[in-house]
Design a protein around this ligand. Sequence first.
Ligand code: NDP
Length: 334
Amino acid sequence: MDYRYLGNSGLKVSEITYGNWLTHGSQVENDVATQCVRAALDAGITTFDTADAYANGAAEKVLGDALKNERRESLEIFTKVYWPVGPKGVNDVGLSRKHIMEGIDNSLSRLQMDYVDLYQAHRYDHETPLEETIQAFADVVRSGKALYIGVSEWDADQLRRGQELARQAGFSIVSNQPQYSALWRVIEEKVVPTSRELGISQIVWSPMAQGVLSGKYEPGKDAPAGSRATDSKGGQDTISRFMNEQTLTAVQKLRPIADGAGLKMSQLAVAWVLQNDNVAAALVGASRPEQVAENVAAAGVKLDADAMKAIDDALAGVIESDASKTVSPEKRPA
Ligand code: NDP
């Protein structure tokens, strides 16, 4: 495993980070979830990403249970606040001071930990003054409940204003968590250059386009049994944007490029996001421990210019690059 600094901070994270969205507390049984966490630890992954809203709190609980006998200092634990949780009352959502202060305590209790390493705004909250959110984060850091603060899917202007206020409040935003993969490159035009300037890293989600870039979904064929595209508890909906003939056909053209680089397609996909030096970590999910072991082999891989060009050519026509696709809901979700 290779480790990278998170933004302009002294914190190192494993460049392959294990994330438990859609899997823990939902798609997979708890014993499989624990085996995936074990496989991650065995492979040198020290960084784990979750959120209060994943499976409405159950994902944090499952991760906390799986890690409870590990040495806390050897782990970096990331969680998030914004999407509705619990009974989903009017204040169980967003980035108000009330929800942030209650949210961190509830997350720590489910994780069975005294602090998280990174507390992230899961989206931008247009209904709360940014000053209120940043002041609440400053107080969370001062209380020792989170060591660092990050955000997710904030656009370049939001990152700039947020960082300015954070510095006035005595801390820095160290990371942004956007979707990024060879198929979804919307951060490259604005978010990445602004983040470089502000000392913010990307920790990127769905680097494998939710499994699509592994090549296992072939055009015109049924999705493999047990895969996310067959998961009626949520996965099927979220992966649907990539499950079209044109995308699946283009993705199959990556197979010879992966073969040429001596990699599986899954590894090529994860290695691709790590070629961007503003990316501190690829947040990779897994429904089985074997996938974790396979995916970590992408750590430390260098792809040459010919391979990068061949990937662009193979996916031409199905790559999303529109910077305006970095958006947070105008209204808080109910
Ligand atoms: P990926 O793109 O890595 O997709 C992971 C899924 O792909 C797995 O659950 C598995 O699904 C399949 N897969 C994984 N490895 C392989 C393999 N080697 N071969 C074939 N299939 C494989 O990432 P996710 O979409 O899971 O997102 C990763 C993390 O990012 C999340 O857990 C979360 O921490 C974070 N995230 C953050 C968001 C945000 O808004 N900030 C939003 C979404 C995610 P299966 O076996 O079921 O097909």
